[in-house]
Design a protein around this ligand. Sequence first.
Ligand code: NAD
Length: 333
Amino acid sequence: MKGPQYQVIITDCDHGSIREEKEEFDRIGIELTLVQVREEEDLIHMCRDADGLINQYAFLTRKVLEKLPKCKVIARYGVGVDSIDLKAATDLGIIVANVPDYCIDEVSDHAIAMILSLARKTPLYNQRAKSGEWDFRLGIPIRRIRGKTLGLIGCGKIGLEVARKIAAFGVRVISFDPYVERAPDGIELTDFDTVLKKSDFISIHCPLNKSTRHLIGEKELKKMEKRPLLINTSRGPIIDEKALIRALEEGLVSGVGLDVLEKEPPDSGNPMLGMENVILSPHVGFYSEESISELKRRTAKNVSDVLMERWPASVVNREVMGKTRALFSADTI
Ligand code: NAD
């Protein structure tokens, strides 16, 4: 067992405890320290003897990585690794690992919760009922959910789970995803315009990148013939928010559910804050006690795997294979 000779450092995290991570490293006798630093010089000073790092927000730049001669692996809490200089890590033989799928249930549940809440108008009724207005007519018209069409923009892990779950409500699912060739069970693959035109509900599940920034703008909103409910649990800038506000004012969409915004938190003057057919949540889609616990355990496991000479579950810079600082016997990779 190689454990006791190694040191692992968590640069920073806001999870409140590191119980799961400690359990993982205690099991194999590896020392774990949480230092809560983010500045380059502090990172270099505190992490210079680390064999493995875990980070959340701290930027691990080339300058920092070059000063960490023993570091064999960096595991990021979560999916995104933009806080790590991947090219530098690869050049230096450091494996970078992430956890890409710890909250698929949570985000898909959140998207469905938003669709159901908007369709049944529960936030509106809740607010009105508590302020003394007990009248079912306040929210009409209300349309039946069964038989409607959900259009998914992006049919990856979360999109697929939304499709699977909403099938129980008798909803037909169509999807636009330029990178998916074969339609998954229960989903009809189609083009972007058809999703915009034919959907009663539209839910966004593609990543944010150059080609998806403002993917939904004025032109696209005008194509939404069915005045759909529009849900975004992916990333705010995928929707042009100014165009969305105009579309809401003109009634081009019937309701909007956003877990993510172009600017988080929103300005106090954002008109959507006063609209009854808009529901907002503060980028919470990923969260449950269980998802965070799983994230912490799997992040720690990515590090312990490398130090115990096992290739971890999700390596981001696979091109590092063959030139890693860590030791691997051929049959463990
Ligand atoms: P994924 O990689 O499994 O799926 C994304 C899908 O989008 C892929 O199938 C890809 O082919 C498709 N895609 C790429 N470009 C597209 C385009 N231009 N048009 C349509 N589809 C396109 O990712 P996932 O795990 O399903 O996550 C989806 C997104 O959810 C993430 O990118 C992230 O932004 C977001 N997310 C949000 C939260 C939250 O807390 N709200 C948590 C986790 C993930």
